[in-house]
Ligand binder design. Sequence first.
Ligand SMILES: Nc1ncnc2c1ncn2[C@@H]1O[C@H](COP(=O)(O)OP(=O)(O)OP(=O)(O)O)[C@@H](O)[C@H]1O
Ligand SMILES: [Mg+2]
Length: 304
Amino acid sequence: MRKILQAENLEKVYRVGSVDVPALRGVSLDVEEGEFVAIMGPSGCGKSTMLHLLGGLLTPTSGRIIIDDEDLTAASDARRTDIRRRKIGFVFQRFNLFPTLTAEGNLRLAERIHAGGDGKKDDPERRREILGLLKLEDKMHHKPLELSGGEQQRVALARALVTSPAIILADEPTGNLDTENSAIVLNMFQEMNYRLNQTIIMITHNPEAAAMCKRIIQMRDGQIIAPPHWFEGGELKPPGLHHNVSLGAKKLLLPPENLGQNPGAQEILKGAQFATSRPEVRVRGWREMVDGDGKVVAYEVDIE
Ligand SMILES: Nc1ncnc2c1ncn2[C@@H]1O[C@H](COP(=O)(O)OP(=O)(O)OP(=O)(O)O)[C@@H](O)[C@H]1O
Ligand SMILES: [Mg+2]
């Protein structure tokens, strides 16, 4: 697998008046092509800051970012904008569609911006293909206000995909959607990851959304924290070595209520046995999933 993103020791300090606000305190992250990564963590821990740095919307105070073999941090402003246009697709919580343009028009605009300068690029076939993949064929000529929230977000995803970016960065893409539309949009993300091998990094507060991802990264206070528990062959391994949830492994979400404070291997195993009604179930690892306030809302358990 090819590394598509490398971030080394990123720090970001915002300056507000005469006060320094450290938002990121040394974050390193590698992402391989085709990964679908969730970023979770309490409000204010630096998730959006990190995503904006990775996408070249902000520059780090220090550290280095390599995207698809190009050094974003060494680039001039103009070059960084260029890399961003060619390599990154953003999806935001607010769909940020142009209200006067149709779904197709929004995609066309994205193509033009992507092409830069003369804006000659025009690929109706690609637009139709992407809108088709997202099941929006019959909504092509609708304007955003004539679409449901879920459909608008699917158009936003289509817009991000139409330029074939190396990475899609999504900041709480289901944050403005109801449960049903969230599920539809998340399924589409998952499908794009699966069918197009699209690399995606997604911030979410929703443990079920995170559970769809192949890897979950937890942040606290401007840092990535290693998943607390991960073990192999019944032996507890140091955190950080085993944080890839293996593909195809079954995942289980256990509510924290019945597990007690800081559950250990025994409690998690009992919870998994209870939830699956399988006394022989094996637990390969687990991690806490926290909401915006840092409260544990579920334990994600990898079982076989
Ligand atoms: N433009 C800015 N100027 C000054 N401080 C900022 C700015 N943007 C963010 N911050 C601060 O940096 C820290 C990290 O903010 P960030 O938006 O990255 O958090 P987040 O994890 O995305 O939170 P949320 O889940 O609420 O979206 C916070 O303390 C925030 O107040
Ligand atoms: Mg945020």
